[in-house]
Write a protein that binds this ligand. Sequence first.
Ligand code: SF4
Length: 232
Amino acid sequence: MLSSITILIDAHIASSERKHAPSESIYATDLGSCLRKVTMRRAGFKSDPYDARTLRVFKVGNMYHDFITDALEAQGVLVAKEVVGKKDNISLRVDAIIKGGILVEIKSVNSRKFSYLKSDSDPHYLMQTAIGFHILKDEYKLTSARLYYVSKDDLRILEMEVDLPKWLPRALTYVIDLNNAWKKWTDFGQMPSLLPDVGGKRPWHCRYCNMLTSCKDFREKMENGKDQRPSP
Ligand code: SF4
């Protein structure tokens, strides 16, 4: 008998999921993330698998990206898409570069976000886009960078110019923080602290963190005095 459609869809998504090899590189998407989470990822700690619903959300996000870049291509303004860059141990993939030397990062979000979205609402996206500009600017003769928000459920759109003089220095400072945290781990086995509680509760970032299990395990084992660095 034919399996349920949901099982088939989830199997299709799982088989087309991009696999990431463990890497000590900093990814542009690490900027703004918890230092402990990034250090654990770079050190090869095990991440929690995404559930089927989250993978579906990611898949639909990719479909929105394709929808937008296909439209840019059809209108004759697309210079390149899914552009890979690497410099100084920072790796990234930017969504699109269009005529005029404009770097475009596409973010598919829920429409609820549009009720409070402002030009500085998402420091992590702004830093990510700014570092992409920094790394690719000479190769593509970039002049500016834009964030392009689209809501998945009602197709609202907001296009904003990234204030590069403001966000690039912040992005570069975050890279230094990530590298310092990494050095403390590799040289001394010191893991960055947990994110602090907010109003007596764990911050929301921890609820959605894919290192949550490793983060808790690490804390419990450290409390027992064991060094958690993976064996060479
Ligand atoms: S669970 Fe929270 S403190 Fe731990 S790595 Fe994730 S975000 Fe950081």
